[in-house]
Design a protein around this ligand. Sequence first.
Ligand code: HEM
Ligand code: HEM
Length: 191
Amino acid sequence: MSDVSGVGPPHSAMQGGDTVIRVAPYSARSRLLHWIVAVLVLATWPLGFFIQFTKNEVMLDFYLIHESLGFLVLWLMLLRVGNRLVSRPPQSDAPAFERMAATTVHGLMYALLIVMPISGFLATNAHGFPLVWFGLLPIWSPLGKAPDIAWTLSAIHTWSAWTLLVLFALHIGAVLLHHVIRRDNTLYRIL
Ligand code: HEM
Ligand code: HEM
């Protein structure tokens, strides 16, 4: 588990045949949260995008699963922000510019993963459809039906979705740069 700095103990990773490298990874909690949220977002994003192309019979199911998974992301992200305050990322010896770029992209992804579910949730309510989480649990909302702001909230949701996609592309680009081109141990920090 994590030490006082919140960073996990070094673990070993195989690289290039039998060369063993030592890695100071993110804490176990940070790694777990990263992957749960990543899997959820990689399911929620395409589900949201494909709603508009679905047939009427299944459209409501797509909405329900998309909204319920997305709502789960909100709570996990709030947990993640709390975790980030007590569990700092492991130190990196990358140049200052690269550290700043990574911090900016990570920070923006954190922000959008909170803005997205809130805007989606409020938009849905404003359009007049309260969320019943996975069809089981009615979720209280501070906003009832509010047609005046419904489309603004929808626009925030859509713009955030495409901005998140761009950030994700940069994120994966950086992972590939480190892992395939430079062949350093950045990827093992999160595994
Ligand atoms: C991390 C969480 C979420 C992600 C990544 C996400 C992503 C998306 C994407 C990619 C679209 C399609 C945008 C387009 O076609 O241009 C979409 C649409 C939509 N999402 Fe989400 N979403 C999330 C959470 C939620 C939540 C929690 C709700 C409601 C409770 C919601 C409700 C909707 C609705 C109603 C649409 C249809 C279009 C609209 O009215 O804006 N989403 N979402
Ligand atoms: C699908 C494959 C993915 C891979 C291989 C991957 C890889 C990584 C790696 C290697 C790091 C550590 C970077 C560092 O040490 O500076 C990291 C951190 C991070 N990743 Fe990913 N990632 C993936 C998906 C995602 C997704 C879908 C999201 C969100 C949309 C995401 C958001 C983040 C964030 C916010 C951090 C910063 C960690 C923190 O400070 O809590 N990642 N990822």
